[in-house]
Write a protein that binds this ligand. Structure first.
Ligand SMILES: [Zn+2]
Length: 345
């Protein structure tokens, strides 16, 4: 772990992309399956934050989304947002150390949670992925105070400033309409979990014919079960896809159906659209900066709202963002990029 030891029950190690709290018998978001009897907090159901663990703590939407993506059985402890779970409430805990654990909305995708730990009056907040901009397909982020903050910093460089989400979604709608008017099928390449549902909701009033890739469709049905409203859509079928707005994580089934599909206009939706070096298959391919992560100004704002004494950064430009915080006079260390040489303790 970069930085000094915490020397408390909140001691943690950064391992396999996640945090391990050996004194508490807890993990947060490890990439590898944990089957040691220790409990794993799953912050949200994206595949880089889940694995075949034997015992998980998570929100109800994450439980349902995770079940649809990872088969098998596991012990599940579902927490409401802001509910406090005590170590003594946890069946088969591997520790005797009393702690409190609560989950708070992260605003990243439906059910995404930040985890706050409290031990002996000391506290730590782990963000998982988060964003402060409000989305229509997930809960609004609620920063809470902690003495130590462990945060994701995917877009931790000042150049990453996202345009307002409504503006981006209005441009996506314009792209779809003008393509269809020109007899061209618009294809929106986006993650099947989170972004596909955000786009879909933004098309609610547009009254356009829509086809969804099967992986997005399955997850969208869970959102609908949980009360979210979507426009009418049908399953992606290359035979009938012509003239529809296509929402899919990959254009492959459409490209292999050519020339029958007719002309396609393929657009990508990602925060990396701000990056000129972001690879696309075609230089002229439209790209929209729609992201489910915080941009740089929101990372800064988030730290201000949490008011930590010490920050650990991980994912993306972790070293850059830790350096930025140190320049502001904060104690900050990168976990996922080595900035040991720049530490001034
Ligand atoms: Zn995520």
């Amino acid at each position: 772990m970069a930085g000094p030891p915490l020397a408390s029950e909140l001691d943690f190690q950064y391992r396999n992309g996640g945090l391990h709290f050996p004194h508490l018998g807890l993990w947060m978001d490890p990439h590898h399956p944990v089957r040691t009897g220790e409990w794993v907090v799953v912050s949200h159901a994206h595949s880089d934050h889940t694995a075949r663990h034997s015992a998980v703590i998570l929100t109800e939407p994450t439980r349902r989304l995770m079940r649809s993506r990872i088969s098998g059985t596991r012990a599940e402890r579902v927490l409401e947002f802001n509910e406090c779970l005590h170590q003594s409430d946890l069946e088969s805990s591997t520790t005797q150390t009393p702690f409190g654990l609560s989950l708070h909305p992260a605003g990243h995708i439906l059910g995404s949670a930040m985890a706050r730990l409290e031990v002996n009056g000391d506290s730590l907040l782990y963000t998982g992925d988060f964003k402060l901009r409000e989305g229509q397909s997930c809960e609004r982020c609620e920063p809470v105070h902690a003495r130590t903050l462990v945060m994701e910093t995917t877009y931790g460089r000042p150049r990453y400033i996202f345009p307002p989400t409504e503006e981006v979604l209005a441009s996506v709608l314009h792209f779809c309409r003008t393509s269809l008017d020109a007899g061209i099928t618009p294809v929106l390449i986006s993650y099947s979990l989170g972004k596909a549902q955000e786009i879909l909701i933004s098309l609610l009033k547009a009254n356009l014919p829509i086809q969804l890739h099967a992986s997005s469709a399955r997850l969208t049905e869970i959102y609908a079960d949980l009360g979210y409203q979507f426009p009418r859509w049908t399953l992606l079928d290359p035979e009938t896809a012509r003239g529809h707005v296509i929402i899919t994580p990959t254009a492959r089934p459409l490209l292999s159906a050519q020339p029958g599909m007719g002309p396609l206009r393929i657009a990508s939706l990602s925060g990396w659209a701000l990056d000129r070096r972001w690879p696309t298959t075609n230089e002229n391919q439209p790209r929209f900066a729609l992201s489910d992560h915080a941009d740089f100004p929101d990372l800064v704002r988030f730290v201000k709202e949490v008011r930590p004494q010490r920050v650990f950064t991980l994912h993306g430009f972790a070293a850059d963002f830790a350096r930025h915080l140190r320049r502001q006079g904060m104690e900050a260390y990168a976990l996922s990029e080595d900035d040991q040489l720049e530490l001034s303790l």
